[in-house]
Write a protein that binds this ligand. Sequence first.
Ligand code: JD2
Length: 243
Amino acid sequence: MRIDLISIFPEFFDVLDLSLIGKAQREELLTLHRHQLRDFSFDKHRSVDDTPTGGGAGMVMKPEPWALALEHVLAQRETPSAEPPVLIIPTPAGEVLTQRTAQQLAQAEHLVFAPGRFEGIDQRLMDWAPEHFQVRPMSIGDYVLNGGESAVVVMVEAITRLIPGVLGNPESLAEESHADGLLEYPVYTKPARWRGVDVPEILLSGDHAKIAAWRAKQQDLRTRKLRPDLWAKHVVAREQNLT
Ligand code: JD2
């Protein structure tokens, strides 16, 4: 997978060189390209923002530097004939990222992220982009950030760990929280008794079928108690045989 990140703070993405995502890059399962948006602004101060038309607080990002940066990314493609890249625009008004969407986006060949700052990007950029990209306005949750960069870090992590070969242990993917719309079962390690508290006896039994059934029950109980919203969806999906 190729990922392009365009921002006025491209150093924000240095964290993506660490840990599993760093390793995936070294193994060439993933290629990250960072771009400085200001390199596509040509006035004296390389400005990328201006006052909001119609008035109001703050500043709005100008569409032209974004269009030039995105055209630069398109021009760099090795196979321009391939399906248009997916352009993810972080915004509090976007579709909230879920595990299901992360799984879908992990199938893409080329993702481009366009995190804005200030009060966001001139709407005309979003109206222009579908000519060249599969545009996905996305949010990471219902709270307000100062800009899209931290949301991009979250999205890239959620998506890239689903690329085959990126995660050390692929079995953990199928089992983990949200993969089936449920929360995780509780996990334990040694010692079997810690500060007077024992690990559930069944986990020491060696009976794998019984352990699997106990864990499934714990997932149900936890989800019903902690996330009734997820539980309701899970029940509907189970009835429709979608899980
Ligand atoms: C962003 C801002 C509009 C107020 C670009 C915020 C986000 N889950 C999320 N919360 N906030 C964002 C987000 C993403 C991009 C930008 N701002 C500040 N915009 C109204 C404040 C500017 C995501 N994804």
